[in-house]
Design a protein. Sequence first.
Length: 431
Amino acid sequence: MNDERIRNWQERRKLVEVDLDPAPSEPEPPKFVGRASGFSPEARLEEARREILGRRQQRWRTSLRRAMLLLAAPLLAVLLYVGFVATKLYEGEAVFTVQTSTNSAASPTAGLFAMGASNSTIADAFKARAFILSRPMMEHMERRHGFLDHFRGSQMDPLARFEGPLGLNRDPFRYYLKRVSVMVDVQEGILRLKVEARTPEDAVRLGNAILAAAEHHVNASSDKIGADQIEALTRDVQQAERQVASARRSLAAVQAERGELNPEQTAAAVYQLISSLELQLSEAERQRDALRGEGLVNSPLLPGLDQRVRELRSQIGEQRGRLVNPSGGSLSRTVGEFEYATDRKEIAQARWQSTLNTLQQAYLNMIQQRRYFVLIVGMSAGAFAQVRDLPSIVMPLLLLIGLAAMLGFALRGLLRASLRRRLPRALAAAR
């Protein structure tokens, strides 16, 4: 079986050598593979084995060279593009924080206890980061400072350019996030803003614009929260003031009805006067009864005492009439109305004082809890530029190289298939 395969292989090889020979009319010199070549089946078998082993080694070397080429070609393409084509960008950096007047950023040695004490600072820091990395900020930067236009045009390389060829970098928001980044240091409660640009001046300019917009947003949101609280409390104070004014008008009406500034004091004075008159009446009656008891009915003092008793009783009845009058103008009713009006006034004043104290406390809390945008390190750009878009460069290049390799392999396969179809025809024509 092996001998037959070897003979078939030798015949095919001779046919190929005859077909590819440039001068078939000239005799080909004999090839000597070894001493026993052509003399025994074992020698021919050994020769065939060496030939097969050589072809395998040659195939492995070819495959290894192709693999190295497939690895080296993309790497070389990326290095050449990065070194000679890619746009080098400068990076501006600033450090800031958002805090209130009652707390500050946690110290680096405070650990978890400081993190618990500065939760509001960390929350405000993440809120500022979310605003900087938002679409409204991107639209503000594009509208006021031409942020995206800065990266559009021939000044940028095709793979890093905004709205580049082949549909690259078409999403403005994703491109904005590639050029602007904000990192939050949770332990210290500070933020690091990084902005990329073609020149250091533009990096500083765009970074300062972002910082100014973020500061305005922090101040506006803090003022809005405080203004909403103060507005609601101010309405309560104004309503309490109106109630106090209404209670005072009711009290003034009661006082004007009887012409008394304080009917309670007037009633107390009336009761005191009645008590004094009753004492005087009892004394006068005692003196009169004493004269009558002694039989001095014709005493000149007796008519005077009778007249005094009548006057005292008249005065006591008059004063008691001031306290209780069936016609509705009694001092007792006036005192009741006065007490009701006074209670209303005191309640209204207490409510007004409470709302006023709450408003004052809200003012203090607003001042204490007001958010401040604190710039720790101003925006500055590095002195050296570098390529910032390696992932954006590597992936498209690898894709293009892969497509080119697939196209090359396809063309090579078509060419080999065409040669295989033509080779039997050429051999047949040579025979």
